[in-house]
Design a protein around this ligand. Structure first.
Ligand code: GDP
Length: 299
């Protein structure tokens, strides 16, 4: 399990933290140590503010604890990084039947693949899962989700091209109620286009879900592409303004050299990171584990 994270975080670790060996290899802490550390935290996309805060804390602790050997900073850095990530809260979807989860995110972020992964994970846990393909603006998105559904043997409700996404969400939830489904994952549109208001549409899907089943959606998870680093943060802010995001899924951590963005996301959004996408296959979704994550990037 740990090796899976290590392998997946190889790029982030190589791109930035690989240089830690040089930093911590020096015998005594000096100016160079802090400069190098700053450079590599920035390179891993932790963001300027988080980087500065971490440096300040480490400098203070090093002084307090009388640390002079650079190698002794490694543990300080590790615990500081871990502590900056919230432990992933338990995901409790058992109290609703069906529990409805909206999956939001921009096109290309890994949304469809993530829904397939979630569907597989939960159906393996014995839940009766139903997928809803409400990204009707993109025929390819519906097709792709249908292909996954067939491969994974998961039932799906799909919208016709250009059908009203809200209506598809409504139909999916209705179908879930009548078929005694436990868990519904609904794919939503993610087209970032100037003359089209993605956020208004999302709000509508959100509202309509609540009409189909009072209390729904019970969770709204935002899929972010970890390879886009700090850009993902800007997207996340826009989504957060439109609908209540209850969790984040960091897709493509394995192909990212900017895994450090997780810290900025946590700090600026205050939304827990629930899962990480560690590959393209349906099994490559892991509950976010902050220790495995930090050990992976520091490897
Ligand atoms: P969508 O447009 O947001 O629905 O994105 P897709 O699910 O189609 O994913 C876009 C691309 O990213 C596809 O080639 C996926 O195979 C790939 N992808 C999705 N999640 C991951 C992941 O966790 N790791 C890697 N390496 N690739 C991923």
């Amino acid at each position: 399990f740990f090796s899976k994270w290590k392998e997946a975080l190889n790029r982030t670790s190589k791109a930035a933290f690989g240089r830690l060996a040089t930093v911590f290899g020096a015998t005594e802490i000096d100016e160079f140590t802090w400069e190098e550390l700053e450079a590599l935290l920035l390179q891993a996309d932790l963001g300027i503010q988080t980087t500065q805060e971490i440096l300040n804390v480490l400098q203070k602790k090093a002084a307090q604890q009388g640390i002079i050997r650079a190698s002794d900073l490694r543990n300080l850095l590790r615990s500081e990084l871990i502590q900056r990530l919230d432990p992933a809260p338990p995901i409790d979807l058992d109290h609703h039947k069906p529990a409805v989860v909206l999956i939001v995110g921009v096109n290309g972020s890994g949304k469809t693949t993530t829904i397939a992964k979630l569907g597989k994970k939960y159906s393996q846990q014995g839940k009766k899962v139903l997928l809803g393909a409400a990204d009707t603006f993109r025929a390819a998105a519906v097709d792709q989700l249908e292909i996954w559904a067939e491969r994974l043997n998961l039932p799906i409700v799909s919208g016709q091209p250009n059908a009203d996404p809200g209506a598809v969400a409504y139909d999916t939830i209705q179908a879930a109620i009548s078929r005694n489904v436990d868990l519904v994952f609904i794919d939503t549109a993610g087209r970032l286009h100037t003359r089209y208001n993605l956020m208004e549409e999302l709000k509508k899907v959100y509202r309509v879900s609540g009409k189909a089943l009072p209390g729904a959606p019970h969770a709204t998870w935002l899929v972010l592409d970890a390879t886009t680093g700090q850009n993902a943060l800007q997207q996340a802010k826009a989504f957060k303004e439109a609908v209540q995001i209850t969790g984040i899924i960091l897709a493509k951590l394995d192909s990212s050299a900017r895994g450090g963005m997780a810290f900025a996301i946590q700090k600026e959004l205050g939304i827990p990171i629930l899962f990480a996408g560690l590959g393209e296959q349906p099994d490559d979704l892991q509950p976010f584990d902050r220790e495995a994550f930090v050990d992976g990037i520091l490897a």
